[in-house]
Design a protein around this ligand. Structure first.
Ligand code: X2X
Length: 371
Protein backbone atom coordinates (compact mmCIF):
# COMPACT_ATOMS: atom_id res chain seq x y z
CA UNK A 1 0.00 0.00 0.00
CA UNK A 2 2.72 2.41 1.09
CA UNK A 3 4.78 1.43 -1.98
CA UNK A 4 1.80 2.02 -4.33
CA UNK A 5 1.21 5.51 -2.94
CA UNK A 6 4.87 6.31 -3.44
CA UNK A 7 4.73 5.17 -7.08
CA UNK A 8 1.55 7.22 -7.72
CA UNK A 9 3.21 10.29 -6.25
CA UNK A 10 6.26 9.78 -8.48
CA UNK A 11 4.00 9.44 -11.55
CA UNK A 12 2.17 12.66 -10.60
CA UNK A 13 5.45 14.57 -10.18
CA UNK A 14 6.71 13.22 -13.50
CA UNK A 15 3.43 14.15 -15.24
CA UNK A 16 3.49 17.71 -13.95
CA UNK A 17 7.17 18.03 -14.89
CA UNK A 18 6.36 16.88 -18.43
CA UNK A 19 3.41 19.26 -18.63
CA UNK A 20 5.67 22.15 -17.62
CA UNK A 21 8.23 21.09 -20.24
CA UNK A 22 5.56 20.94 -22.95
CA UNK A 23 4.37 24.44 -22.01
CA UNK A 24 7.96 25.76 -22.05
CA UNK A 25 8.59 24.26 -25.48
CA UNK A 26 5.32 25.71 -26.80
CA UNK A 27 6.05 29.17 -25.42
CA UNK A 28 9.58 29.27 -26.75
CA UNK A 29 8.51 28.05 -30.17
CA UNK A 30 5.79 30.70 -30.34
CA UNK A 31 8.15 33.25 -28.82
CA UNK A 32 10.87 33.03 -31.45
CA UNK A 33 9.18 32.05 -34.59
CA UNK A 34 5.92 32.61 -36.29
CA UNK A 35 5.40 28.81 -36.28
CA UNK A 36 3.52 28.59 -39.53
CA UNK A 37 6.27 29.91 -41.80
CA UNK A 38 9.40 30.16 -39.71
CA UNK A 39 9.31 33.96 -39.42
CA UNK A 40 10.68 35.66 -36.36
CA UNK A 41 8.13 37.03 -33.93
CA UNK A 42 9.73 40.43 -34.36
CA UNK A 43 12.32 41.95 -36.71
CA UNK A 44 14.40 44.65 -35.04
CA UNK A 45 14.83 47.96 -36.87
CA UNK A 46 17.67 50.23 -35.77
CA UNK A 47 16.80 53.95 -35.81
CA UNK A 48 19.37 56.52 -34.68
CA UNK A 49 17.01 59.24 -33.50
CA UNK A 50 13.78 59.44 -31.48
CA UNK A 51 10.22 58.56 -32.51
CA UNK A 52 9.09 62.21 -32.73
CA UNK A 53 11.53 63.15 -35.50
CA UNK A 54 10.43 62.82 -39.13
CA UNK A 55 13.01 60.07 -39.52
CA UNK A 56 11.45 58.27 -36.54
CA UNK A 57 7.95 58.80 -37.92
CA UNK A 58 9.11 57.27 -41.20
CA UNK A 59 10.28 54.19 -39.30
CA UNK A 60 6.89 53.88 -37.61
CA UNK A 61 5.16 54.20 -40.98
CA UNK A 62 7.37 51.46 -42.43
CA UNK A 63 6.54 49.17 -39.51
CA UNK A 64 2.81 49.81 -39.90
CA UNK A 65 2.88 49.25 -43.68
CA UNK A 66 4.96 46.05 -43.46
CA UNK A 67 2.39 44.55 -41.10
CA UNK A 68 -0.43 45.59 -43.42
CA UNK A 69 1.23 44.44 -46.65
CA UNK A 70 2.39 41.05 -45.33
CA UNK A 71 -0.95 40.24 -43.73
CA UNK A 72 0.60 40.46 -40.25
CA UNK A 73 3.23 37.82 -40.99
CA UNK A 74 6.14 40.20 -40.59
CA UNK A 75 6.38 42.47 -37.58
CA UNK A 76 9.08 45.15 -37.70
CA UNK A 77 9.73 46.89 -34.42
CA UNK A 78 11.64 50.18 -34.49
CA UNK A 79 14.18 50.65 -31.69
CA UNK A 80 14.74 54.38 -31.42
CA UNK A 81 17.73 56.37 -30.20
CA UNK A 82 20.24 53.67 -31.29
CA UNK A 83 19.12 51.55 -28.30
CA UNK A 84 20.27 48.38 -30.03
CA UNK A 85 23.75 49.87 -30.36
CA UNK A 86 23.91 51.45 -26.89
CA UNK A 87 24.15 54.74 -28.74
CA UNK A 88 27.06 53.79 -31.03
CA UNK A 89 25.38 54.87 -34.28
CA UNK A 90 28.45 54.22 -36.43
CA UNK A 91 28.23 50.47 -35.69
CA UNK A 92 24.83 50.22 -37.29
CA UNK A 93 25.70 48.89 -40.74
CA UNK A 94 28.15 46.35 -39.39
CA UNK A 95 25.53 44.97 -37.00
CA UNK A 96 23.00 44.61 -39.82
CA UNK A 97 25.61 43.08 -42.14
CA UNK A 98 26.43 40.38 -39.60
CA UNK A 99 22.75 39.79 -38.81
CA UNK A 100 22.97 40.85 -35.16
CA UNK A 101 20.29 43.39 -36.09
CA UNK A 102 17.72 42.59 -38.80
CA UNK A 103 17.31 45.96 -40.46
CA UNK A 104 17.94 49.69 -40.17
CA UNK A 105 16.55 53.01 -41.29
CA UNK A 106 19.90 54.66 -41.38
CA UNK A 107 21.78 57.76 -42.43
CA UNK A 108 24.39 57.39 -45.14
CA UNK A 109 26.80 59.06 -42.67
CA UNK A 110 26.34 56.22 -40.18
CA UNK A 111 26.57 53.58 -42.92
CA UNK A 112 29.78 54.97 -44.43
CA UNK A 113 32.08 52.88 -42.18
CA UNK A 114 30.94 49.80 -44.16
CA UNK A 115 30.14 51.55 -47.45
CA UNK A 116 32.78 54.27 -47.96
CA UNK A 117 31.13 55.30 -51.27
CA UNK A 118 28.42 56.89 -49.14
CA UNK A 119 30.85 59.64 -48.21
CA UNK A 120 29.98 61.14 -51.58
CA UNK A 121 26.95 62.75 -49.92
CA UNK A 122 29.25 64.22 -47.26
CA UNK A 123 31.60 65.90 -49.73
CA UNK A 124 31.46 69.53 -48.60
CA UNK A 125 29.64 72.02 -50.86
CA UNK A 126 28.97 69.45 -53.57
CA UNK A 127 25.26 68.57 -53.54
CA UNK A 128 23.04 71.46 -52.54
CA UNK A 129 19.58 71.10 -54.09
CA UNK A 130 16.83 68.49 -53.88
CA UNK A 131 16.95 68.14 -57.67
CA UNK A 132 20.63 67.25 -57.62
CA UNK A 133 20.17 64.85 -54.74
CA UNK A 134 17.27 63.10 -56.49
CA UNK A 135 19.33 62.89 -59.68
CA UNK A 136 22.05 61.00 -57.82
CA UNK A 137 19.74 58.64 -55.96
CA UNK A 138 17.81 57.74 -59.08
CA UNK A 139 20.73 57.18 -61.42
CA UNK A 140 24.11 55.49 -61.66
CA UNK A 141 25.49 56.93 -58.39
CA UNK A 142 22.58 55.47 -56.45
CA UNK A 143 22.84 52.14 -58.28
CA UNK A 144 26.55 51.89 -57.58
CA UNK A 145 25.94 52.50 -53.88
CA UNK A 146 23.19 49.85 -53.78
CA UNK A 147 25.52 47.35 -55.50
CA UNK A 148 28.26 48.08 -52.96
CA UNK A 149 25.75 47.47 -50.17
CA UNK A 150 24.73 44.07 -51.55
CA UNK A 151 28.38 43.08 -51.76
CA UNK A 152 28.72 43.84 -48.05
CA UNK A 153 25.64 41.88 -46.96
CA UNK A 154 23.10 44.71 -46.88
CA UNK A 155 19.93 44.69 -48.98
CA UNK A 156 18.85 48.27 -49.76
CA UNK A 157 15.09 48.80 -49.94
CA UNK A 158 14.52 52.53 -50.40
CA UNK A 159 16.04 56.00 -50.10
CA UNK A 160 14.74 58.16 -47.30
CA UNK A 161 16.03 61.50 -46.11
CA UNK A 162 17.39 63.34 -43.13
CA UNK A 163 18.01 66.47 -45.19
CA UNK A 164 20.61 69.08 -46.01
CA UNK A 165 22.68 69.73 -42.94
CA UNK A 166 22.66 73.25 -41.47
CA UNK A 167 24.91 74.89 -38.91
CA UNK A 168 23.74 76.42 -35.64
CA UNK A 169 25.65 77.89 -32.70
CA UNK A 170 25.24 80.06 -29.64
CA UNK A 171 28.14 82.46 -30.27
CA UNK A 172 27.76 84.44 -33.49
CA UNK A 173 26.37 84.45 -37.01
CA UNK A 174 28.52 82.37 -39.37
CA UNK A 175 28.73 83.93 -42.82
CA UNK A 176 32.37 83.53 -43.81
CA UNK A 177 34.87 80.76 -42.94
CA UNK A 178 36.61 83.02 -40.40
CA UNK A 179 33.44 83.16 -38.32
CA UNK A 180 33.93 79.49 -37.50
CA UNK A 181 37.35 80.05 -35.92
CA UNK A 182 37.57 78.38 -32.54
CA UNK A 183 33.89 77.38 -32.34
CA UNK A 184 33.36 74.03 -30.62
CA UNK A 185 31.07 72.22 -33.03
CA UNK A 186 29.56 68.82 -32.24
CA UNK A 187 29.89 66.49 -35.24
CA UNK A 188 29.16 62.82 -35.88
CA UNK A 189 32.28 60.69 -35.25
CA UNK A 190 32.81 60.16 -38.98
CA UNK A 191 36.31 61.29 -40.07
CA UNK A 192 35.19 63.46 -43.01
CA UNK A 193 33.27 65.69 -40.60
CA UNK A 194 36.30 66.17 -38.36
CA UNK A 195 38.36 67.05 -41.46
CA UNK A 196 35.84 69.61 -42.73
CA UNK A 197 35.49 71.52 -39.49
CA UNK A 198 39.21 71.45 -38.70
CA UNK A 199 39.94 72.77 -42.16
CA UNK A 200 37.50 75.61 -41.55
CA UNK A 201 39.27 76.50 -38.31
CA UNK A 202 36.60 75.24 -35.94
CA UNK A 203 37.13 72.83 -33.06
CA UNK A 204 35.08 69.75 -33.99
CA UNK A 205 33.97 67.53 -31.11
CA UNK A 206 32.70 64.14 -32.23
CA UNK A 207 30.00 62.44 -30.23
CA UNK A 208 27.01 60.19 -30.72
CA UNK A 209 23.63 61.78 -31.15
CA UNK A 210 22.37 60.80 -27.69
CA UNK A 211 25.34 62.53 -26.03
CA UNK A 212 25.05 65.48 -28.39
CA UNK A 213 21.60 66.41 -27.11
CA UNK A 214 22.97 66.45 -23.54
CA UNK A 215 25.92 68.55 -24.73
CA UNK A 216 23.52 71.17 -26.22
CA UNK A 217 21.54 71.24 -23.00
CA UNK A 218 24.64 71.65 -20.85
CA UNK A 219 26.32 74.09 -23.24
CA UNK A 220 29.52 72.04 -23.47
CA UNK A 221 29.62 72.73 -27.21
CA UNK A 222 29.02 76.03 -29.02
CA UNK A 223 27.12 74.52 -31.90
CA UNK A 224 26.25 71.61 -34.16
CA UNK A 225 25.13 70.75 -37.68
CA UNK A 226 21.94 68.84 -38.55
CA UNK A 227 19.00 69.12 -40.95
CA UNK A 228 15.94 71.28 -40.27
CA UNK A 229 13.75 68.31 -39.31
CA UNK A 230 16.12 67.36 -36.50
CA UNK A 231 16.58 70.98 -35.42
CA UNK A 232 12.87 71.57 -34.90
CA UNK A 233 12.37 68.19 -33.19
CA UNK A 234 15.20 68.79 -30.75
CA UNK A 235 14.13 72.46 -30.28
CA UNK A 236 17.58 73.72 -31.12
CA UNK A 237 16.34 77.28 -30.58
CA UNK A 238 16.48 76.61 -26.84
CA UNK A 239 20.26 76.30 -27.04
CA UNK A 240 21.50 77.98 -30.23
CA UNK A 241 20.56 81.46 -31.42
CA UNK A 242 22.36 81.57 -34.78
CA UNK A 243 21.62 79.42 -37.80
CA UNK A 244 23.45 79.21 -41.14
CA UNK A 245 21.35 77.53 -43.81
CA UNK A 246 24.14 76.64 -46.20
CA UNK A 247 23.07 73.18 -47.51
CA UNK A 248 26.74 72.28 -47.17
CA UNK A 249 26.08 68.57 -47.62
CA UNK A 250 23.25 66.10 -48.04
CA UNK A 251 22.19 63.41 -45.61
CA UNK A 252 20.04 60.74 -47.27
CA UNK A 253 18.72 57.78 -45.30
CA UNK A 254 18.42 54.24 -46.59
CA UNK A 255 16.10 51.49 -45.37
CA UNK A 256 18.07 48.25 -45.49
CA UNK A 257 17.90 44.65 -44.36
CA UNK A 258 20.43 41.93 -43.60
CA UNK A 259 20.89 40.36 -47.03
CA UNK A 260 21.03 36.71 -45.98
CA UNK A 261 17.79 37.04 -44.07
CA UNK A 262 16.24 39.00 -46.94
CA UNK A 263 17.18 36.36 -49.51
CA UNK A 264 15.47 33.67 -47.44
CA UNK A 265 12.11 35.46 -47.41
CA UNK A 266 9.52 34.12 -49.87
CA UNK A 267 8.89 36.37 -52.88
CA UNK A 268 5.47 37.61 -51.69
CA UNK A 269 6.97 38.71 -48.36
CA UNK A 270 9.83 40.50 -50.13
CA UNK A 271 7.32 42.27 -52.35
CA UNK A 272 5.24 43.35 -49.36
CA UNK A 273 8.23 44.70 -47.43
CA UNK A 274 9.62 46.45 -50.49
CA UNK A 275 6.29 48.17 -51.21
CA UNK A 276 6.10 49.25 -47.58
CA UNK A 277 9.63 50.66 -47.76
CA UNK A 278 8.94 52.66 -50.91
CA UNK A 279 5.69 54.11 -49.58
CA UNK A 280 7.09 54.90 -46.13
CA UNK A 281 10.10 56.62 -47.65
CA UNK A 282 7.94 58.86 -49.86
CA UNK A 283 6.07 59.88 -46.72
CA UNK A 284 9.27 60.40 -44.73
CA UNK A 285 10.97 62.41 -47.46
CA UNK A 286 7.93 64.64 -47.78
CA UNK A 287 7.97 65.27 -44.01
CA UNK A 288 11.63 66.31 -44.21
CA UNK A 289 11.16 68.53 -47.24
CA UNK A 290 7.87 70.11 -46.15
CA UNK A 291 8.16 73.88 -46.28
CA UNK A 292 11.61 73.69 -47.88
CA UNK A 293 10.60 72.82 -51.46
CA UNK A 294 7.75 75.24 -52.05
CA UNK A 295 4.37 73.53 -52.12
CA UNK A 296 5.57 70.15 -53.45
CA UNK A 297 6.03 68.13 -50.26
CA UNK A 298 3.23 69.87 -48.38
CA UNK A 299 0.92 68.77 -51.21
CA UNK A 300 2.22 65.17 -51.19
CA UNK A 301 1.54 64.91 -47.46
CA UNK A 302 -1.95 66.32 -47.82
CA UNK A 303 -3.07 64.67 -51.04
CA UNK A 304 -1.33 61.29 -50.87
CA UNK A 305 -1.17 60.67 -47.13
CA UNK A 306 -3.99 62.84 -45.81
CA UNK A 307 -1.46 64.15 -43.31
CA UNK A 308 -1.55 67.62 -41.84
CA UNK A 309 2.02 68.45 -40.81
CA UNK A 310 2.32 70.68 -37.76
CA UNK A 311 5.33 72.75 -38.84
CA UNK A 312 4.64 73.96 -42.38
CA UNK A 313 7.57 76.37 -42.44
CA UNK A 314 10.55 75.07 -40.44
CA UNK A 315 12.70 78.18 -40.97
CA UNK A 316 9.81 80.44 -39.89
CA UNK A 317 9.28 78.19 -36.87
CA UNK A 318 12.90 78.55 -35.74
CA UNK A 319 12.78 82.33 -36.31
CA UNK A 320 9.54 82.71 -34.36
CA UNK A 321 11.32 80.93 -31.55
CA UNK A 322 14.06 83.52 -31.47
CA UNK A 323 16.68 82.22 -33.90
CA UNK A 324 18.49 84.38 -36.41
CA UNK A 325 18.69 82.32 -39.60
CA UNK A 326 20.96 83.32 -42.48
CA UNK A 327 21.07 81.86 -45.96
CA UNK A 328 24.27 81.86 -47.96
CA UNK A 329 24.20 83.18 -51.52
CA UNK A 330 26.30 81.65 -54.31
CA UNK A 331 29.30 83.87 -53.64
CA UNK A 332 29.29 83.14 -49.92
CA UNK A 333 29.01 79.42 -50.59
CA UNK A 334 31.90 79.65 -53.04
CA UNK A 335 34.09 81.14 -50.27
CA UNK A 336 33.47 78.15 -48.03
CA UNK A 337 33.93 75.80 -50.96
CA UNK A 338 37.35 77.28 -51.61
CA UNK A 339 38.39 77.15 -47.98
CA UNK A 340 37.50 73.47 -47.69
CA UNK A 341 38.91 72.33 -51.05
CA UNK A 342 41.82 70.27 -49.63
CA UNK A 343 39.29 68.15 -47.72
CA UNK A 344 37.12 67.79 -50.82
CA UNK A 345 40.10 66.58 -52.84
CA UNK A 346 41.31 64.18 -50.17
CA UNK A 347 37.88 62.57 -49.83
CA UNK A 348 37.09 62.56 -53.56
CA UNK A 349 40.21 60.42 -53.86
CA UNK A 350 39.11 58.04 -51.11
CA UNK A 351 35.60 57.70 -52.55
CA UNK A 352 36.98 57.18 -56.04
CA UNK A 353 37.39 59.90 -58.65
CA UNK A 354 35.29 57.97 -61.14
CA UNK A 355 32.24 57.86 -58.90
CA UNK A 356 32.66 61.56 -58.11
CA UNK A 357 32.84 62.33 -61.86
CA UNK A 358 29.71 60.22 -62.48
CA UNK A 359 27.92 62.16 -59.74
CA UNK A 360 29.00 65.49 -61.23
CA UNK A 361 27.60 64.51 -64.60
CA UNK A 362 24.35 63.38 -63.09
CA UNK A 363 24.00 66.68 -61.28
CA UNK A 364 24.58 68.60 -64.48
CA UNK A 365 27.94 69.94 -63.36
CA UNK A 366 29.59 68.65 -66.49
CA UNK A 367 32.23 71.06 -67.70
CA UNK A 368 32.22 72.96 -64.45
CA UNK A 369 34.44 72.26 -61.52
CA UNK A 370 33.46 72.41 -57.91
CA UNK A 371 35.96 75.18 -57.21
O1 X2X B 1 24.12 62.19 -35.33
C1 X2X B 1 23.55 62.97 -36.08
O2 X2X B 1 23.89 64.15 -36.21
C2 X2X B 1 22.39 62.47 -36.92
C3 X2X B 1 21.23 62.18 -35.99
O3 X2X B 1 22.01 63.44 -37.83
C4 X2X B 1 22.84 61.26 -37.65
O4 X2X B 1 22.53 60.15 -37.30
C5 X2X B 1 23.71 61.43 -38.81
Amino acid sequence: MWRLMKIKKKVRILASFMAVMVIIVMISAGGCENQEAGFKKEYRLQVTVGSTTYWGMGAAKFSELVKEKTGGKIIVKPYYGSQLLKGAQLNSSQMVATGAIDCAFESTINTAPVIPEMNIFSLPFFINTFEKLDALENNETGKRIFTAMRQKGLEPLAWGENGFRQLTNNRRPVLVPDDLKGLRIRVVGSPIFIDIFRQLGADPISMNWGDAVTAFQQGTVDGQENPAGILTAVQIHQYNRYGTFWNYLADPLILYWNKKEWDRFPQDIRNGIKEAALEASIFEKALCRAGLDGETSLRILKDDFNYDILIKDPVGFLEENGMEIRFLDEQMRANFQKAVKPVFDKWAEKIGRELVETAKKEMGLKGRTED
